[in-house]
Design a protein. Structure first.
Length: 163
């Protein structure tokens, strides 16, 4: 599969929101509980520093996306944060890795010095292995920092990478 990662366009809204909502509905990774609609989704993707969309070059189908934005403001404004979503039926094909690598480059291009993940859920072993392989640094563990969809709490493991 040949993958192109490019900047989000308004035409991407329907597929991008559907992929994002799959992750929200799973309740295992994103802090959001509300689904994106056409109205709030357009604003959500537009307000990011960058929204990247992974496209299958052969079929034109959207495979995944990421959002990149400041993690904080002012004296901490040089630190960015990103979230990634891959369509359920194509997970495990290294699309997430391509999205993460693209976001690392894009973050640097946008003038950020650090990429930080605030809440990597401890049971998200694929993400944890990927971030370790890419050189991210684990910052410890926050016990019970993530409310799972079933009402239980899971540990989160913050990470950072100097861009």
């Amino acid at each position: 599969m040949k993958i192109l990662i490019r900047e989000y366009k308004e035409d991407d809204l329907k597929e991008a929101a559907a992929i994002w909502n799959q992750v929200v509905e799973d309740g295992k990774a994103f802090p959001q509980t509300e689904l994106l609609t056409e109205e709030n989704g357009a604003e959500f993707f537009r307000e990011q520093s960058f929204t990247g969309v992974a496209i299958d070059k052969d079929t034109g189908r959207t495979l995944g996306l990421y959002i990149l934005h400041p993690n904080n403001v002012g004296r901490c404004g040089h630190i960015c944060n990103a979230s990634y979503a891959v369509r359920k039926d194509v997970r495990g094909q290294h699309i997430g890795e391509k999205l993460v690598k693209h976001s690392m480059k894009k973050g640097k291009d946008l003038g950020f010095g650090i990429l930080q993940f605030n809440a990597v859920v401890a049971s998200n072993t694929h993400a944890l292995h990927l971030y370790e392989r890419l050189g991210f640094v684990r910052l410890g563990k926050i016990p019970g920092g993530f409310l799972m969809k079933d009402g239980s709490y899971e540990d989160i493991i913050p990470h950072y990478y100097a861009l």
